[in-house]
Structures are given as C-alpha cells and as structure tokens.
Write a protein that binds this ligand. Structure first.
Ligand code: ATP
Ligand code: MG
Length: 345
C-alpha cells in the first residue's frame, strides 16, 4: 500500500490541508515540568530537596491535538474548544495555544473549576512526583451551553470542515454534547472524529471516525482484554470488539490503534479490516502517538483522502513521532521523507 501511494498524491493532500478549518473540542490540559537537581534529603520529611533550575510548560490533552494539527498544517485554521479556570495555568494554556497560531475563541472560562494541569517534578532526570490539578465533575449546564453555542454557530455558518472530540473523561464531554455534535455535524456534512474514553459512560451514534487504542476498544465493548494475536486479521477477539463498537456507536469507520502492531481500520460494510503494520523502526516515546493519529487522519480525510489513505498517512505520522522524545509532533517535510524512504515515488 505504502509504495502504491504516490508523492504527487501526498502533495495534493498537503496543499488541500492548508485551507482547512478544524475544531478540536475536549479536555484541554497544561503539562508542567519542574526540573532540577537534588543532592540531599529534607530534614522535614524523607524526601529529596530539589534545587529548581527550569520550569517548562507544554500543551497537553486535547490541546496536544491542536498542536499536532498545526505542526502538520501551519496555515490551517484550528479552533480549540474547551474549558479553563480563571487562573494562571488557564492564561498560560491560552497563550501557548495563541502562540501556536490556534484560534482560542471557543475556550470558555469557568471560575468554578481549575484549569487541568499536570505538574511533574523531575530530580536528576527522574520524575519524583506528578501533581494533578483538576475537577472531573460534569461541567455546569451553563458552561456547556456557552461552548455548544459557539461550536453550533460555526457549524451553521459553514466555518468548519471537521470536528475532533478528545475525551479524557475530565467532565467536559457528556452525552448531550456528543449527540449535539454528531447530529449537527451530519446536518451540515462535517466530518467528526472521536478519541473515546471508556471511563466516560456515554454512547453516541454516528461519528465519522472513532480512534480507540486496543485496550480502550475492549473496554468500550465490555469484553475482557485478551492478548494480541500476531496476525491482526486473525485476532477474533479484536473482531468481536470491533463488531460490538460498530453496532453500538455506528461510526462510519473504526480505527483501532495497536501500538507495536500498527492499526486496523474497520467498517460495518467491510468483511475484513484494513490492517497497517507500524512503520516505526525505532521507538523512543510512544506517549501522544494516539493524538498524532486522530489529527493526521482527520486532517487528510478532510483534505480529500480516502479512509484507507488517511489511515496510512496517520500510521506513517505515528511512526515518526514515536521515534522522538516526549509528546512529539511531525510535519509535511518529515512525512514526505518517511514515505520516500518507504519506497513512494
Ligand atoms: N511500541 C510501538 N512500536 C511501533 N509503533 C508504535 C508503538 N506504539 C505506538 N506506535 C504507533 O503509534 C500508533 C498509536 O499508538 P497507540 O496504539 O499506542 O495509541 P494510544 O495508546 O492512543 O497512544 P496515546 O494515548 O499514548 O497517545 C500506532 O498505531 C502505531 O502506528
Ligand atoms: Mg490514546
């Protein structure tokens, strides 16, 4: 499949993706790293004393999907939708997004909850503790309506080509919100993708795409997670899980990401999945690869790629980011190089 993919086709899709408008709605997070050195224990408690040398912040959660989309297509219009608190992390999150060139008009400030922040403390290169600031109670109805108002008017005014929903089960995504998004996006012919979280007891029919990883897919289907089978097409448990999700959620396509096994694309009308092995030659850090997958698939599908083409590109993009350290992104130059190395001409 990869070598059948021409670079000309790839460039066509890159060009079309530069004009796209995509909304990302989900749990926006701020990742904070406090780094330093430690050479002694505290007298107050048996804990290391950290001499702080650096503080750094990064976009996390749904905001990392925004970052991935903008890395792939810097001139696309990417709008972030979500909730932050009336606090300093919320301001930082917004300004990081603005610096990345994202549209932040869809971010609602709710003074009743903190901005979701994950603060890591790293001593001598090793993470010592992570502190999570969050309130995972469902967001108040008033906040949800404010968010939905903005998203609905963008859909109605034909200002969006796709909507990505990133659910980290932090209280933002609920049943009414999902139903609202799928029904109005269908009405206006807008592509919708969902990275679902099985901890959230919701179910909504009619997404264009869902992208759970293997264990999330088993949890969504309520089936005990068995070991992967070497030949993905013969993984009968995975097939049952896919059939269950296809019937309960009725997405047009279901892309189950399989870590080192790559990914499998299922749809109700295809008797066998389209299986794509990973292209990663070296693996350094797999965190955030799922964000890259949903970003690339949605972007290139909205740019005119078929589902199989969008899956292949997203798998190639994931193969690039897992070879980098931290929650990484990739761009069109790296994608071109990677496809060329895979034999595409
Ligand atoms: N260990 C690995 N070796 C090779 N490729 C990998 C590995 N892990 C991930 N990948 C690539 O990244 C894609 C997405 O990975 P994975 O299935 O782990 O998603 P995920 O669990 O949603 O990731 P995350 O939630 O951390 O972002 C896979 O489809 C594959 O292409
Ligand atoms: Mg994931």
């Amino acid at each position: 499949m990869n070598s059948a993919f021409s670079l000309k086709r790839l460039f066509q899709l890159f060009a079309a993706s530069s004009k796209l408008r995509i909304a990302v709605i989900g749990d926006l997070m701020l990742d904070t790293y406090i780094t330093g050195s430690s050479s002694r224990l505290s007298q107050e408690a048996p804990v290391p004393v950290l001499h702080v040398r650096e503080r750094s912040i990064r976009l996390g959660g749904a905001a990392n999907v925004v970052r991935n989309l903008l890395a792939l297509s810097p001139s696309a219009k990417i709008s972030a939708f979500g909730v932050v608190g009336a606090d300093e992390p919320g301001q930082k999150l917004k300004s990081l997004l603005e610096n990345a060139n994202a549209d932040v008009c869809g971010i609602v400030v709710d003074p009743g909850r903190p901005t979701i922040e994950k603060q890591r403390v790293i001593a001598n290169g090793q993470q010592v503790v992570r502190m999570d600031f969050e309130n995972t109670a469902p967001i108040p109805e008033k906040t949800r309506l404010r968010l939905m108002d903005k998203l609905s008017s963008m859909l109605k005014d034909n200002l969006l080509d796709a909507v990505i929903v990133e659910d980290y089960a932090k209280g933002l995504i609920g049943q009414e919100m999902l139903d609202h998004i799928t029904s109005s996006a269908r009405k206006y012919g807008v592509f919708t993708s969902l990275d679902p979280n099985p901890r959230n007891p919701v179910r909504s029919k009619g997404f264009s795409l869902m992208t759970p990883n293997r264990s999330e897919a088993f949890a969504l289907a309520g089936i005990y997670c068995s070991d992967p089978v070497e030949n993905v097409a013969e993984d009968n448990a995975l097939r049952s899980v896919a059939d269950n999700i296809l019937s309960q959620w009725a997405p047009d396509h279901l892309l189950i990401t399989l870590g080192p096994q790559g990914m499998a694309l299922f749809s109700a009308d295809a008797p066998v999945p389209f299986v794509i092995p990973t292209v990663a030659r070296e693996v350094f850090d797999v965190s955030g690869a799922g964000d890259t997958v949903i970003s690339a698939y949605t972007l290139y599908h909205a740019a005119g790629a078929t589902d199989q083409e969008a899956a292949v590109i997203s798998n190639q993009a994931a193969g690039i980011v897992v070879a980098k350290s931290g929650t990484a992104t990739t761009d069109t130059a790296e994608l071109t190089k990677s496809f060329a190395e895979a034999g595409c001409r």
